[in-house]
Design a protein around this ligand. Structure first.
Ligand code: SAM
Length: 302
């Protein structure tokens, strides 16, 4: 394959480099916004979970700060990831694990008891290949994001977006989320490959399942314990069928590209470098070993 083959194969990858985004994921958030208006002008406080390398934070920074006079701002965006992020204007970055209750406490403290308008999470664990374990970790990320959402979102208007991989166990997640939002959707942006089970759960209008529930983070409780006894998590509705959220394909179908298609690249195409290389990627050590000729194939006796 040629050096620029990824540019040829993946139109969103190429577009991201042309438009200065650190990752093609930026278009997923933009297309979700096209459909659900999650970044409307009244959005002032946002938490971006699992944010590295930072393309969603770049979208937030641009949309919430460009052309807004200093005095009208009062805005805050906090981005969190296990990996360190190269700074982005207007974004407070935390290098933390979102499944640790202490991280949620740090985020809450940064907002000084003020409620937020939006919590988004594009989290994906490093895949182990053990399907059940991978799915379990993914669900822990989602529940941690939801727990934070419950503690920090504005009642009535708070919005929530979280990545999931559609599978049989998602019904439980839908059942849990339905308790906390007026409307729950599963969105599939055009920039998310149709061949991937990736989708985004979108919750609109945060609500408490019972009016006297005061969601409080307790550092000694697991995320499961946080939700225990709070709401109705049954999968079935009164007629005995599973209550599925509405599925919405988003991103202007006429104007956006198909992420599974290969497009011709222009004659005068010039390959661009990635906007931001990862700071400390997990594969760094392997690369160093390879460069120094010390990387041995698995099972090799030498
Ligand atoms: N939204 C990002 C963007 O636009 O650049 C891309 C996010 S990337 C697909 C998934 C991220 O989830 C990775 O950076 C990974 O480090 C992060 N992640 C996975 N598990 C995490 C955890 N427990 N706590 C914090 N971040 C986590």
């Amino acid at each position: 394959m040629g050096k620029n083959s990824k540019d040829k194969r993946d139109v969103y990858y190429r577009k991201a480099k042309e438009e200065g985004y650190r990752a093609r994921s930026a278009y997923k958030l933009l297309q979700i916004d096209e459909q659900f208006d999650i970044l409307s002008s009244d959005v002032k406080k946002v938490v971006d979970l699992c944010a590295a390398p930072g393309s969603w934070s770049q979208v937030l920074s641009k949309r919430m700060f460009t052309g807004i006079p200093e005095e009208d701002r009062g805005k805050k965006i906090v981005a969190v990831d296990l990996q360190s992020m190269t700074p982005i204007d207007n974004i407070i970055c935390l290098k933390e694990d979102i499944t640790a209750p202490s991280t949620l406490a740090k985020i809450l403290a940064l907002f000084d008891n003020e409620k937020t308008d939006l919590v988004i999470s594009d989290g994906a664990p490093d895949v182990t290949g053990i399907h059940d374990l991978d799915e379990y970790i993914q669900h822990q990320l989602i529940l941690a994001a939801l727990q934070l959402g419950c503690c920090i979102l504005k009642e009535g208007s708070g919005k929530f977006v979280v990545k999931l991989f559609r599978g049989k166990d998602c019904d439980h997640l839908y059942a849990i989320c339905r308790n906390f939002f007026e409307k729950v959707y599963v969105a599939k942006p055009r920039s998310s490959r149709a061949t991937s089970s990736e989708a985004f759960l979108v919750g609109i209008g945060f609500k408490k399942p019972v009016s006297d529930w005061e969601p409080k983070l307790d550092l000694n409780k697991s995320v499961q314990e946080f939700f225990e006894g709070v709401a109705d998590f049954s999968l079935y509705n009164r007629t005995g069928t599973i209550n599925q959220p509405e599925f919405i394909a988003c991103g202007d179908l006429a104007a956006s590209f198909d992420s599974d298609a290969t497009y011709d690249i222009p004659e005068n195409f010039k390959e661009l470098d990635p906007v931001q290389s990862p700071k400390n990627p997990a594969y760094q050590k392997a690369l160093e070993l390879k460069r120094s000729g010390k990387l041995k194939a698995e099972g090799s006796k030498e």
